[in-house]
Design a protein around this ligand. Structure first.
Ligand code: ZN
Length: 311
């Protein structure tokens, strides 16, 4: 620990009011890579957090160096491990142990007090153990970090449309309450870069699935949501068949705001709206700085969001 870190660790715990007064984001540059940090979390001395950006790193995609943190068929295991090491160094967290799960679009939240021997399946990780850095891998899905500022507990959540539909953010918060006694009003929530409402076109089946689960679903969609979920057109194929062959208009589609759906879940579970911070950046609009599965037709890397308690 250097002098600056020692000084920081002696600082008293931050009052919640102070923590959310500065809702902006900033970029940390270190080790040849950049990490996006929420200013809402930056003054919590015991906390480590960040969201990686695309440029830099040991991996090469389409002739450019990229900071790929997840296993993909075009990259090597060695490159990914080198990038993960670089991430820990950039965060000043070399001694922390990364906990990364095998994500499968579920609402399964696991509590960790030690790193698992083999990677487990799950889409949310929780801990109150210092030295563990919880990770979520994304390339359009929304990474969510939850921080209980009073009980010093953290969680990292993977929220794509399937997980959001299964209320993964709300269930993770519920698990924090059950396991650590977390009170929602003590939680700061940071929603990192994911695909935005601008780019996330989804079909009728997604609109109908959200409509069946959430009374407020229409607030999270742009486009002919009402028409897609109304009882008059239960089957979109039927709608297509009304037109002669070769003259079908494109099937109706809507745009989904994934972050808004998770924000609503957290608010309805008691997290004050002033404690929730979303990145307005869209991964599909900005493939210069992010990875986007949708915009790059699957051939892309993985961003990593991390949160942990310093040793
Ligand atoms: Zn976009």
């Amino acid at each position: 620990m250097n002098r600056a870190q020692r000084k920081q660790s002696r600082r008293p715990a931050l009052k919640l009011k102070e923590a959310y007064r500065a809702p902006a984001w900033r970029t940390r540059r270190a080790q040849g890579v950049q990490i996006l940090e929420s200013c809402a979390l930056e003054n919590i001395p015991w906390l480590v957090h960040g969201f990686t950006l695309r440029p830099g790193g040991a991996s090469v995609l389409d002739g450019k160096r990229v900071f790929n943190l997840g296993r993909t068929d075009w990259d090597t295991r060695e490159n990914v491990l080198a990038n993960r090491k670089k991430l820990l160094a950039a965060l000043g967290a070399e001694k922390m142990l990364l906990v990364s799960q095998r994500q499968f679009h579920s609402a399964l939240a696991r509590v960790f007090d030690a790193p698992p021997v083999v990677a487990l399946k799950g889409d949310a990780a929780l801990t109150r153990t210092p030295g563990l850095l919880l990770a979520v891998l994304t390339a359009d899905c929304v990474p969510i970090l939850l921080v209980d500022t009073k009980r010093r507990a953290v969680a990292a959540v993977h929220a794509g449309w399937r997980g959001t539909l299964k209320r993964v953010a709300e269930k993770t918060l519920g698990k924090m309450r059950m396991t650590f006694g977390t009170r929602p009003r003590d939680v700061l929530a940071v929603l990192g870069p994911g695909i935005g409402r601008c780019c996330y076109e989804v079909g009728p089946e997604v609109a109908q699935a959200f409509h069946s689960q959430f009374a407020h679903a229409k607030d999270w969609f742009d486009g002919p949501f009402e028409r897609l979920v109304s009882d008059d057109t239960p089957n979109p194929l039927q709608w297509l068949n009304m037109h002669p062959p070769g003259h079908q208009p494109p099937p109706p589609s809507v745009h989904l705001d994934l972050a808004a759906a998770s924000r609503w879940q957290l608010e309805s579970a008691g997290v004050p709206s002033a404690n929730i911070f979303s990145s307005a950046l869209c991964t599909a609009c900005r493939t210069d700085i992010f990875f986007s599965h949708r915009a790059e037709f699957g051939k892309t890397g993985r961003l990593m969001g991390v949160v942990g308690i310093r040793l």
